[in-house]
Design a protein around this ligand. Sequence first.
Ligand code: NAD
Length: 245
Amino acid sequence: MSESIDELATRLRDARSVVVLTGAGMAAESGIPTFREEQTGLWARYRPEDLATPQAFARNPRLVWQWYAWRREIVRHAEPHAGHLALAALEGRIPSFSVVTQNVDGLHQRAGSRRVVEMHGNIFVDRCFREGDAVVPDDPQGEPPSCPRCGGPVRPGVVWFGESLPEEAVARSNSLLESCDVLLVVGSSGLVWPAAGFPGLARSRGAWVVEINPEPTESSGTAHLALREKAGTALARLAEVLREP
Ligand code: NAD
């Protein structure tokens, strides 16, 4: 495994443009559960796929709002781990270095990454459910609060299953992927589109593709190298190797 890390470090030292695609597994070591893990506590009897949809919110806005209030609390108390910090440090070493994340937790930015594309929004932004605009509710205690402009319900500003992604984020990601030398895919199952297509797109344009995930995924076949390790462990070790002269 150390040879693989060495090879990755060499590729990164030579790279002009690197993209890191992160999924829910990137935040698992910060204590934020992925959707595929069993949920715990009060919410154990719900499946995230049944709550994170516009239909679920239309049916029972209070339930979905409360679930997100609980998730926000988890995120608020979470800290970026060694892997987030390693990615933030890498940004200063490579001419073009970007994180494209499916996570909504803001941990990359808190770790110090500045070039971050949020494909699925951010859990701390609120949006009007009717009009889609970002809003600051004037009755934050409501469950859900109401939109200060139209009085409609306010929803979390994240992309739910079955919804389209923000166009600007998709356009930026595509352009970064088409021109990168190395793509690192960290903690992403390869099941959620369009991110599932990113490894194939980058590889078809000549990028070297690496997967960091303890489990094989749908994208494993597209990767040149797979590190079967947790994100924090692998990225912290990578940072160490890169610090060596
Ligand atoms: P996903 O499809 O990105 O799958 C999670 C992947 O992480 C799996 O392949 C798993 O093997 C891997 N993994 C687990 N622990 C890991 C670790 N320590 N290191 C590296 N990899 C690890 O994510 P999902 O759970 O299906 O979530 C779907 C969508 O839900 C996400 O794309 C996101 O929008 C949202 N979500 C966000 C967060 C967050 O912001 N932290 C958390 C859960 C879900």
